[in-house]
Design a protein around this ligand. Structure first.
Ligand SMILES: C[S@@+](CC[C@H](N)C(=O)[O-])C[C@H]1O[C@@H](n2cnc3c(N)ncnc32)[C@H](O)[C@@H]1O
Length: 260
């Protein structure tokens, strides 16, 4: 990957930690959050296979393959997955299946197929109704006792800071999906708007938790992650990323899914 794709000066500071995607959907980050490390550890102890949604160039999927665990690496952009396949060693390739499609509408897997599902920095590109559909699908794909590991963007980032009061006000009012925004004209500190789609959906750990709880998952851990290795024009106060680990119960109540 030609790292010079990152064009502005700030991103060059930490260029080894992030690679710009081909489709202007942000970056693949190489500074692993604790949620990502938890996923890799859990995958190793599971029977597999596991799924990564929005794997980009496969930084995490390749590490899981290194552990000898079967992983399905998904991304909506097949160029990212071609890159992943080219980068994989012969040994890693034995454990990787790539699947190019858009989550959740185009993605279909057998019921109770995966031991774990990981998705990092993808939920913030999805609208509320897609997230609802996606969680329902994940619940079906995952084995009883299996886990999901999710991280997503928050407004507590230097380049998104103008949205903080709007987000907090919407949360106070109890509005559904308080993090959705299409009007990017409010962002005066953001030098990277051309590297992103013109819709964004911010999360907090509580929003992730309640969305997954609603469809039968049992939250095990949630919180903010500090992104100390991010460049200055992205870093804020240690709450840059929201994370969640949630488990599918061994015996599930399918009525939750019929109602929703
Ligand atoms: C910001 S990058 C994150 C890459 C990596 N997961 C990480 O956290 O470093 C988002 C990636 O998700 C992919 N993506 C975005 N929306 C998606 C969707 N609805 N379904 C599948 N992949 C998606 C993009 O193509 C891109 O490669």
């Amino acid at each position: 990957m030609a790292l010079k794709r990152n064009e502005n000066k700030e991103s060059q500071i930490d260029v080894s930690k992030m690679e710009r995607t081909f489709n202007n959907m942000g970056y693949m980050f190489k500074d692993l959050t604790e949620y990502c490390e938890d996923f890799i550890r859990f995958s190793e102890t599971s029977k597999g296979p596991v799924l990564e949604i929005g794997a980009a160039f496969g930084f995490v999927s390749l590490q899981v393959a290194d552990k000898g665990v079967k992983i399905w690496a998904n991304d909506l952009d097949s160029r990212h997955l071609d890159f992943l396949e080219k980068k994989a060693t012969k040994a890693q390739r034995e454990f990787i299946t790539t699947v190019a499609c858009r989550f959740p509408d185009e993605s279909n897997f057998p019921a109770e197929f995966f031991s774990a599902i990981f998705s990092s920095n993808v939920f913030h590109f999805l609208r509320g109704e897609e997230i609802t559909q996606g969680i329902k699908k994940m619940f079906s794909w995952i084995k009883p006792g299996g886990k999901v590991y999710i991280t997503a963007g928050t407004p507590y980032a230097y380049h998104w800071q103008e949205f903080i009061p709007i987000f907090e006000e919407k949360i106070k009012k109890g509005l559904p999906w308080p993090g959705q925004i299409e009007d990017f004209s409010i962002f005066k500190h953001n030098k990277r708007l051309s590297e992103l789609p013109h819709f964004f959906h911010f999360f907090s750990p509580q929003i992730l938790e309640s969305a997954f709880k609603k469809f039968g998952f049992i939250p095990e851990k949630s919180g903010y992650c500090s992104r100390k290795n991010w460049p200055k024009d992205l870093r804020f106060d240690g709450r840059e990323t929201a994370g969640l680990v949630a488990r599918k119960p061994l015996y599930s109540t399918s009525s939750l899914h019929k109602k929703a």
